[in-house]
Design a protein around this ligand. Structure first.
Ligand code: ADP
Ligand code: MG
Length: 693
C-alpha cells in the first residue's frame, strides 16, 4: 500500500485551485492524472523580467517590466482593429495593443488615471513604442505577483502558460517534506539538495544553467528515479534467483566431445561466459542471465554448450529465435555438432505440420529429443517436455522485462539465458535488462580479417557496378542490401525489385532476391542457392539482417546507408567478414547528407567494435532511438534521461545492490524511506517482492 505521506501527491489534479475537469484533461494529456505527474512537468525555458527600463530606454524585442501611468483608452472601431491604450512615464509614451478584447475587462485591468506595472515584449513600430498583450498587468503594490524570473513550461493545445504555472505552483505547496532515502555521505559528496528542495528549485530556475540536465538539482532528481528503477530491478533479480530454482549439475562429458570436434579453439570470452552460465545453473537459484556479444563473437556456440550442460544432467533445453530464418540458422549450426555427440535436436516452427509435428512433439514429451529449436511460438502453444530445465531466448529487443517475467512464470522453473543480437550500451543494458546478470563476449575469434568499410555517394553507382564486375571475375559472393524506405515494407520491396531487375540486366542470371514478403520456403531456397554458390549476388531487404551465416560472402553493398540505425548497419555488416577472405562493405549514401548522418556513417567506417558503435549511437541519437521501439523493454522515465544522466545508472545499480545486501527487506530507517521512493516512482510491483521474498 502506498505510504500516507504520498497521498496528496497521488491525488488528482482537480484538487488544485483553478483546475477543473477541462484543465485536468489537458494536464492528463500532457503528463498524467495526478499532482505528482504535473510536478514532473519541468520548465523548458525562462523569461527574465529583471529588465526595468524607462519607456524611452526600452529596447525592441526584449522583455521589459515597466511602471506606467494609464492615460487613455481607444476602443477598437471595428472587430478587425486593435483596442489601444496609451500609457506613459516621465520619459515617453507606450501604446498597449489588444486584439479581440472586451472593453469592460480592459477598463478594469487598466483604469485611466492609475499607475500599473506591466511586463511583456517591447516592439518598435515606426518611431512608436508599443507592447501587444502584456504578459502581466498588476497594481503597484502587487509587484511581487510578477515573478522576476518566470519559468516557461511546454504546453499542449488549449492549456495556457498562466493556468499551468498556477497549477504547478499550487501543487508544489502541497508536497510534504519527504524523508531522505539517499545515503547521507553520498548526498554530501555530490552536494545534492533534498528531494523537496530539488523539486522546488527545478521549478524556479534562475538562469539557463538551472535548466541544464547536468546541474545538481536535475542530477539529484534523475538519480532518485534511476535508483528506484535499479532497486526494483534488483528486487526482481533476487526474486527470480530465489524462486523455484534447482541445481543442474553437468558432467562435462558431452561438452568436451563437442569442443574437441570443433575446428577452432574457444575464445577466452566464450570460456568465461560458459563458466558463468554453468555456475548459475549448478547453483540452486534460478538463472536469469543476459549474454551480450558483438556480431560474430560466437554466441550460438556458447548457447549450445550451455544447453549441453542441461542435457548432461538428464534434462532438456530449448532455444527460441525471433524469426524462422534464424531458428533454421541455429539448427544448421547446432545440429551437426549435437548429433555427432549423440544429442537429438529438432526444429519446431509453424511449418512443421501433420505427422512430422506429432512425432516432434512426442519426442519432446518422451524426452528423446533433447534440444528444441524454434520460434517464440513454441512457448505459446501447449508443447510439453519431459523435463525442460533450460531455455535460451535469442531476442532482438523484442521482449520487455515484464514479458520475460511472464515467460518464466509459466510454471516451468527453467533457467533462462537471453541473448541479444547486437551490443547495447552499458547504461541501456543496466536499465532494460537490469533484472538479469550479464555476461559479455568482448572478444572475437582470432584470425578474422578486418572489413574494409567505405562510404560512397550514390552518384558513383556506376563505379560500384564496375567494381562488382571485377569482383565477380574473382568469384566473390556479394550481398546487395536495398534501402530502407520509411518503414514501408511495400516500398522497400519495390526498391529491391527494381534494383534486382537492373542488376539482372547487367550481370545475367546468377543473381537472387530475398525479401520479407516471400514465403518461408522461397526465402530458404534463395538463401540456399546463395549459400551453395549457384547465385553470386543476393539482393535483399533487411530480412538478412540478423544471424544469417554465409561465410563465403565477402562483399556487402548497402544502399541509403544513412537511413539505417547504426546497430542495424553493424548487424548487416556482420554478415560478411566471417570467412578467410578479405571483405569489403560499401555504404552508399544519397546527396544532401546531414551532419549527423555523416558522423554516423563515419563511425561505421572507422570502427568494427560493436560496443563502441552502440555507445556512439546512444550519444548521437538518444536511448529510445538506439533500442528502436517502445517495446524495447526500456522503461519510460518520468524525468531521467539516459543520454544526459547515463553515468548515474551504474552508480544507482551498485547502490541498489549494496542496499539490498545490507537490508534485504528494506526494514531499516533508510530502507523504509526507500520504500517511499519506490512508490514515488510507481515501482509498486517491485515492493511486493519484499514480502513474498
Ligand atoms: P554471433 O555471436 O554473431 O551469433 P555466431 O555464433 O553466429 O556469432 O558465430 C559466428 C561464426 O563464428 C560461426 O560460423 C561460428 O561457427 C564461428 N565461431 C564461433 N566461435 C568461434 C571461435 N572460437 N573461433 C572461430 N570461429 C568461431
Ligand atoms: Mg549467431
Amino acid at each position: 500500500m502506498r505510504p500516507e505521506i504520498l497521498f496528496s501527491l497521488f491525488s488528482p489534479v482537480t484538487k488544485l485551485n483553478g483546475v477543473g475537469p477541462r484543465i485536468a484533461k489537458l494536464i492528463d494529456k500532457l503528463r498524467g492524472p495526478n499532482i505528482i505527474d504535473l510536478l514532473w512537468h519541468l520548465p523548458s525555458g525562462l523569461i527574465d523580467r529583471r529588465n526595468t527600463p524607462s519607456i524611452s530606454n526600452a529596447e525592441a524585442g526584449i522583455v521589459a517590466t515597466l511602471t506606467v501611468d494609464v492615460d487613455q483608452h481607444f476602443p477598437a472601431k471595428s472587430r478587425r482593429l486593435p483596442y489601444k491604450i496609451i500609457c506613459s512615464d516621465a520619459t515617453g509614451t507606450i501604446t498597449l495593443i489588444f486584439f479581440h478584447a472586451k472593453e469592460d475587462y480592459l477598463r478594469k485591468l487598466l483604469p485611466e488615471g492609475e499607475k500599473r506595472i506591466i511586463s511583456g515584449i517591447i516592439e518598435h513600430y515606426g518611431n512608436k513604442i508599443q507592447m501587444a498583450h502584456p504578459d502581466h498587468v498588476v497594481e503597484v503594490e502587487n509587484r511581487a505577483e510578477i515573478e522576476i524570473i518566470e519559468p516557461i513550461y511546454p504546453l499542449t493545445q488549449g492549456l495556457s502558460q498562466k493556468v499551468l504555472h498556477k497549477a504547478i505552483k499550487n501543487g508544489l505547496t502541497l508536497i510534504e517534506e519527504l524523508p531522505e532515502w539517499l545515503d547521507k555521505a553520498y548526498l554530501k559528496k555530490q552536494k545534492w539538495p533534498s528531494w523537496n528542495t530539488a523539486l522546488i528549485k527545478a521549478h524556479t530556475p534562475n538562469d539557463e544553467t538551472d535548466l541544464a540536465p547536468e546541474n545538481i538539482i536535475h542530477q539529484r532528481l534523475a538519480y532518485d528515479e534511476l535508483l528506484a528503477n535499479q532497486l526494483a530491478l534488483a528486487l526482481i533479480r533476487i526474486h527470480m534467483r530465489k524462486k523455484g530454482g534447482r541445481p543442474i549439475i553437468g558432467t562435462d562429458i558431452i561438452k568436451r566431445k563437442v569442443i574437441a570436434a570443433l575446428p577452432f579453439k574457444l575464445t577466452n570470452s566464450q570460456i568465461e561466459a560458459v563458466n558463468d552460465i554453468t555456475d548459475d545453473m549448478s547453483s540452486d537459484g534460478r538463472m536469469h542471465r543476459l549474454l551480450q556479444g558483438d556480431v560474430g563473437s560466437g554466441k550460438t556456440l556458447v548457447a549450445l554448450l550451455s544447453m549441453l550442460h542441461a542435457i548432461e544432467s538428464g534434462t532438456q533445453a530449448a532455444l527460441l529465435a525471433p524469426t524462422e530464418i534464424l531458428a533454421r540458422q541455429h539448427l544448421a549450426t547446432i545440429e551437426p555438432l549435437a548429433t555427432a555427440a549423440g544429442v537429438n535436436v529438432a526444429l519446431l516452427t509453424s511449418r512443421e505440420k501433420g505427422k512430422k509435428r506429432t512425432s516432434i512433439l512426442e519426442g519432446f514429451t518422451n524426452g528423446n529429443i533433447k534440444i528444441a529449436i524454434g520460434t517464440h511460438a513454441i512457448f505459446q502453444e501447449s508443447v510439453n517436455f519431459r523435463e525442460l530445465a533450460f531455455a535460451v531466448i535469442d531476442e532482438q529487443h523484442r521482449f520487455g522485462v515484464h514479458q520475460r517475467l511472464a515467460l518464466t512464470s509459466k510454471g516451468r522453473n527453467v533457467d533462462i539465458l537471453v541473448m541479444t543480437a547486437t551490443p547495447i550500451p552499458r547504461t541501456l543494458t543496466l536499465t532494460a535488462y537490469g533484472d538479469m546478470e550479464v555476461s559479455r563476449l568482448m572478444e572475437k575469434p582470432a584470425g578474422r580479417l578486418p572489413i574494409d568499410t567505405r562510404t560512397i555517394s550514390i552518384n558513383r553507382l556506376a563505379d560500384v557496378i564496375q567494381g562488382l564486375k571485377r569482383a565477380l571475375e574473382k568469384n566473390k559472393k556479394i550481398f546487395w542490401v536495398c534501402p530502407l524506405i520509411e518503414e514501408s515494407e511495400k516500398l522497400d520491396l519495390a526498391a529491391a525489385e527494381d534494383r534486382f531487375d537492373q542488376l539482372k540486366s547487367i550481370f545475367g542470371e546468377r543473381i537472387g532476391l530475398v525479401h520479407g514478403k516471400m514465403k518461408a520456403v522461397e526465402k530458404d531456397a534463395s538463401m540456399k542457392s546463395f549459400k551453395e554458390g549457384h547465385v553470386d549476388i543476393l539482393v535483399a531487404t533487411t530480412v538478412i539482417e540478423v544471424g544469417v551465416d554465409i561465410p563465403k560472402a565477402s562483399i556487402m553493398i548497402i544502399e541509403h546507408a544513412e537511413r539505417f540505425g547504426l546497430a542495424q548497419l553493424h548487424q548487416l555488416r556482420g554478415r560478411i567478414g566471417r570467412g578467410s577472405n578479405q571483405s569489403t562493405c560499401i555504404l552508399m549514401f544519397s546527396e544532401n547528407l546531414t551532419e549527423m548522418a555523416r558522423k554516423r556513417l563515419n563511425i561505421m567506417r572507422d570502427t568494427e567494435d560493436g560496443f563502441m558503435i552502440s555507445e556512439e549511437d546512444l550519444r548521437l541519437r538518444g536511448a529510445g532511438e538506439v533500442l528502436g521501439t517502445r517495446q524495447s523493454g526500456l522503461p519510460e522515465f518520468k524525468f531521467a534521461n539516459l543520454t544526459a544522466h547515463g553515468e548515474l545508472v551504474s552508480t544507482a545499480r551498485d547502490d541498489a545492490k549494496l542496499i539490498l545486501e545490507k537490508d534485504p527487506e528494506l526494514k531499516t530507517e533508510r530502507g523504509i524511506n526507500l520504500r517511499i521512493l519506490l512508490y514515488l516512482f510507481e515501482r509498486n510491483a517491485a515492493v511486493k517482492f519484499l514480502r513474498s521474498g
